[in-house]
Design a protein around this ligand. Structure first.
Ligand SMILES: Cc1cc2nc3c(=O)[nH]c(=O)nc-3n(C[C@H](O)[C@H](O)[C@H](O)COP(=O)(O)OP(=O)(O)OC[C@H]3O[C@@H](n4cnc5c(N)ncnc54)[C@H](O)[C@@H]3O)c2cc1C
Length: 272
């Protein structure tokens, strides 16, 4: 049973000598970019829930999810443009800032491979349509901040002003289409060992079993062949349980005590 993540499962199988054309392909992600709002009242995002609110309203069209995401002061300092005295001055407004982010249901596809020193190398960039989604998401976040009473937004986009007022928000429509101009993170990853029927275009079958290998299963996000558009953790856990249970039913795994416990009393194993 292999569950080393999207960044490590496929490279680990490659290093182990597995040769399947789809291995390491179909890498996908939800790239996330922030938009800060500056309010007259203190927001104090460093207190309370880290991710308190989310909206899937735009998941299908144009294809992004919105959520609040609070950062402590030191992490925010790494996202704001500027350095030295200028950055310190900007951080003085920390208590009045709220950070909202978008996670894009990107269609761009990349690849993961083994790299030197046991590490992994990922080749991934945005195609034009995803850049349009990204810019639309930034504009939506800015509009929402102003609707909520922000006096300014901070786009954190290279080449754009540090702050935009309500009358300047339209400038976001002309924001750069170069992904390198953005502060983005990829926290939700998919692919590398994707499920499918055909050994030419997939790595595992629909039950997580690596093609032509009777007792080798992958049970992490690398088997997911698409970009979910929502936070994936529960789907990953459900898939892992399903794959383990089916493998047990097929007699492909030794019936260790943990496996028996998972089958006979899933609630106990989950709580453990
Ligand atoms: C900052 C951040 C915030 C997130 N927030 C959310 C959220 O709010 N909701 C949500 O649904 N998802 C969230 N995610 C995404 C979620 O954490 C991942 O999608 C999920 O953990 C992926 O599960 P996985 O089993 O594929 O890989 P992982 O959880 O990464 O597990 C892989 C494990 O394999 C281990 N490993 C790797 N190589 C080896 C090896 N050679 N030998 C032994 N062990 C190895 C790793 O150490 C790791 O423990 C977030 C991710 C990040 C980074």
């Amino acid at each position: 049973m292999l569950a080393a993540s999207v960044t490590y499962s496929a490279p680990l199988l490659m290093r182990s000598g597995l040769r399947l054309p789809a291995l390491g392909t179909e890498f996908r992600a939800h790239p996330g970019t922030p938009m800060l709002g500056v309010y007259d009242d203190p927001i104090d995002m460093g207190r309370g829930a880290t991710q308190g609110w989310a909206s899937t309203h735009f998941r299908d069209n144009p294809g992004f999810k919105l959520e609040t995401l609070a950062l402590p002061l030191d992490m925010l300092a790494g996202r704001l443009p500027g350095a030295g005295a200028q950055l310190m001055e900007r951080l003085r407004e920390y208590r009045h800032m709220a950070m909202w982010v978008q996670g894009i249901r990107a269609e761009s596809v990349g690849r993961v491979r083994p790299a030197l020193g046991g590490r992994s190398a990922i080749h991934y960039s945005f195609h034009r349509q995803d850049m349009e989604r990204l810019v639309a998401g930034m504009r939506t976040l800015a509009d929402m901040h102003f609707a909520a009473g922000a006096r300014a937004v901070l786009p954190c986009i290279h080449g754009m002003p540090y702050a935009l007022g309500p009358d300047e928000v339209h400038r976001l429509d002309d924001a750069p289409r170069d992904p390198r101009a953005y502060v983005a993170i990829l926290s939700h990853l998919f692919g590398g060992c994707v499920m499918g029927r055909d050994a030419g275009s997939s790595v595992c079958d629909g039950e997580g079993r690596v093609h032509d290998h009777e007792a080798l299963f992958v049970t992490d996000a690398s088997v997911i062949p698409t970009n979910l558009g929502v936070n994936p953790q529960q789907t990953i856990m459900a898939l892992a349980r399903l794959i383990a249970e089916r493998a047990l039913e097929r007699g492909a795994l030794p019936r260790s005590s943990m496996m028996r416990a998972a089958r006979d009393d899933p609630g106990r194993v989950a709580s453990a």
